[in-house]
Design a binder for this molecule. Structure first.
Ligand code: BV8
Ligand code: ZN
Length: 251
């Protein structure tokens, strides 16, 4: 049985849950599914972790600087834009993202719940206080080592305010995400491999609470039961088509 687009038009509370795949068509490498994927190129545990930063701060800071410049030069794609339009088409929308880029915001989405923090915020690795000014990122140069800037208060090294592996997700954001997943009647899970915990629990929570879940992914996604569906294809094409089917040609 295939997904009925009218469910989107009838949704009272829609949750949109995104992963790295929603930014792929903006030219931001995902973590696993492409040969040049960041995780293929580096050990994620080596780079996206406090131990990695302690061991080689210049390599980790250089990786984040490269990613910040990629995002800085990237544009939101039709997938991000369709999600931004959805907010005006349904009574209530909660956007939850695993991504640390600001492409949802630049597409016009407001109040995205960033489970894993954001690249464009920095804090001190030593005293944890937020950095007051964000240095302009250097030009992209994959894997170049760059010494991290220093905290103006304690001279500690600055780090990106993202959630590294082994670090806890911000409790208030995670609770808001879980609550939305349990309250919604429809959840779109877009561009995520569903590997990273606890974020990967979100579609499962929605399904268990009786919602319908639709996965949008270039790869096939295994679904079970009569309330879980999957569409295979790029989000930048599937989402605009879904809005047209649900809300009419000019949605
Ligand atoms: C925690 C910020 C506990 C940083 C990220 C076993 C061993 C070791 C650890 C664990 C383990 N089991 C569980 C863990 C814990 C660990 C974890 O889940 N590890 C995984 C690898 C197994 N989790 C943690 O450590 C979390 N913290 O558990 O803390 C704790 C408790 C108490 C006290 C202290 C600690 C923290 C996890 C957060 C890590 N940080 N990001 C940064 O970005 O640098 S996660 C990072 O990877 C991304 O943010 C993203 O969330 C994730 C990658 O996942 P996806 O978004 O799904 O992206 P991916 O590339 O995987 O997939 C892309 C998908 O898109 C693919 O399916 C592809 O087919 C599809 N696609 C591609 N193109 C398109 C598309 N779809 C549609 N359209 C397209 N065009
Ligand atoms: Zn400091």
């Amino acid at each position: 049985m295939s997904f009925d687009p009218s469910l989107l038009a009838k949704a009272r509370h829609l949750v949109v849950f995104t992963g790295a795949g929603i930014s792929a068509e903006s030219g931001i490498p995902t973590f696993r599914d492409r040969l040049s994927g960041l995780w293929e190129r580096y050990e994620a545990s080596e780079l996206a972790s406090a131990e990695g930063f302690r061991r080689d701060p210049a390599l980790v800071w250089g990786w984040y600087e490269w990613r910040r410049t990629l995002v800085h030069h990237a544009q939101p794609n039709p997938g991000h834009q369709a999600i931004a339009r959805l907010a005006a088409l349904v009574p209530k929308l909660t956007l939850i993202t695993q991504n640390v880029d600001d492409l949802h915001e630049r597409a016009g989405s407001r109040e995205a719940l960033h489970l894993h923090g954001r690249l464009d915020a920095l804090r001190c690795f030593a005293c944890t206080r937020p950095a007051l000014e964000i240095p302009k990122p250097d030009e992209p140069n994959e894997g170049r080592r760059v010494e991290p800037p220093r905290c103006t208060r304690c001279n500690g090294k600055l780090r990106p305010s993202v959630v590294w592996f082994g670090e806890q997700l911000p409790g208030d954001v995670l609770r808001a995400a879980f609550t939305a997943a349990e309250e919604c009647d429809l959840l779109l899970s877009i561009g995520t491999s569903g590997v990273v915990e606890p974020a990967a629990r979100i579609p499962r929570l929605a399904l268990a609470a009786g919602a319908t879940v639709l996965h949008l992914n270039t790869q096939p996604v295994a679904v079970q039961g009569e309330r879980e569906f999957a569409l295979a294809g790029p989000a930048g094409e599937l989402l605009p088509a879904l809005l047209r089917q649900a809300f009419g040609a000019d949605a």
